[in-house]
Design a protein around this ligand. Structure first.
Ligand SMILES: NC(=O)c1ccc[n+]([C@@H]2O[C@H](COP(=O)([O-])OP(=O)(O)OC[C@H]3O[C@@H](n4cnc5c(N)ncnc54)[C@H](OP(=O)(O)O)[C@@H]3O)[C@@H](O)[C@H]2O)c1
Length: 267
């Protein structure tokens, strides 16, 4: 017999009545993750460095239960802009219950040519993820509510890349990116330990290879030989894992890194 407080699978994954803020919701994977949140019933605030781009992306989201979606301007590489962006999101939506730290200020250089300044700047992405997570924690605690943070990591925060996957085709995966995403995954554990008493869960979702349509075909062909499933991920294949971590379906999951990578890190 179920206990009196047992909820159904449908209830656990349902995000109706919740608001999710997702950074970089205008991007390749951010777009699919924003749709996932909206399809699960949430009101979604998409943030971008460009307010118009954010609002445009938000206006295209589905709304199965009638939830309103919004755009907000937020640059997580700048402390002041980040504070203003979070306040704008709260102002537009009323409150935020879920934070997805997905945006990435990319660095196009690998270990052969990156400068000290470029390497250091790239790590600022993690400072942005942290300050947003802390701002979010203060916001939900101030309301006497609970919350869920999902940081987007990467398989490259867990394993090295294969030099021969890139040589002669394009720059290798950036060393600064490996340092960044390894940090994202570990910061997740630390925040989870400290925020659990505040009823704020913090997890990481680490995608494997999900190249966009613009990626080099030669590189993609090589990457396909490097993993058990022998194919690249499709953005919608992150939807289930994201909603698991964001919703009450993951109510006893915190401090974890969920890797969705076609088995890349399995061998
Ligand atoms: N694609 C993959 O294969 C893959 C694999 C593993 C992990 N990931 C991770 O998944 C996430 C999304 O990647 P993606 O492939 O979807 O990248 P993407 O298409 O380049 O999207 C990145 C997004 O980040 C936003 N952004 C850039 N600079 C920002 C800043 N300073 N502040 C706030 N937002 C900023 C951009 O939005 P605006 O330009 O509108 O501001 C853009 O929508 C990243 O964290 C990435 O590391 C991706």
């Amino acid at each position: 017999m179920p206990t009196s407080d047992e909820r159904t699978v449908q209830q656990l994954f349902d995000l109706s009545g919740r608001t999710a803020l997702i950074t970089g919701g205008t991007g390749w994977l951010g777009g699919a993750m924003s749709r996932a949140l909206a399809e699960a019933g949430a009101s979604v605030v998409i943030s971008s460095r460009d307010r118009e781009r954010a609002s445009d992306a938000a206006s295209k989201l589905p709304s199965p239960g009638g939830a309103a979606h919004h755009g907000a301007q937020l640059d997580h590489m700048d402390g002041g802009a980040l504070e203003a962006g979070f306040s704008e999101a709260v102002e537009r939506a009323g409150a935020v219950d879920i934070l997805i730290n997905n945006g990435l200020d990319a660095v196009g250089k690998d270990l052969t040519n990156i400068t000290f300044e470029e390497f250091a700047r790239h790590q600022v992405n993690n400072a942005g993820y942290f300050i947003l997570a802390r701002r979010f924690r203060d916001h939900v605690v101030g309301r006497g509510a609970g919350g869920s943070v999902v940081n987007i990591g990467s398989m490259y925060g867990q394993v090295a890349s294969y030099p021969d996957a890139y040589e002669g085709v394009c720059v290798a995966s950036p060393v600064a990116y490996h340092a960044l995403k390894g940090g994202t995954i570990h910061m997740t554990r630390h925040l989870a330990a400290f925020y659990a008493r505040d009823n704020v869960r913090v997890n990481c979702l680490s995608p494997g290879p999900f190249p966009s349509e613009a990626a080099s075909k030669d590189m993609v062909d090589r990457l396909c030989t490097k993993l058990p499933m022998k194919r690249m991920g499709l953005p919608y294949e992150l939807k289930g894992a994201l909603i698991l971590l964001a919703s009450d379906a993951g109510s006893y999951i915190t401090g974890q890194n969920l890797t969705v990578d076609g088995g890349w890190t399995a061998w």
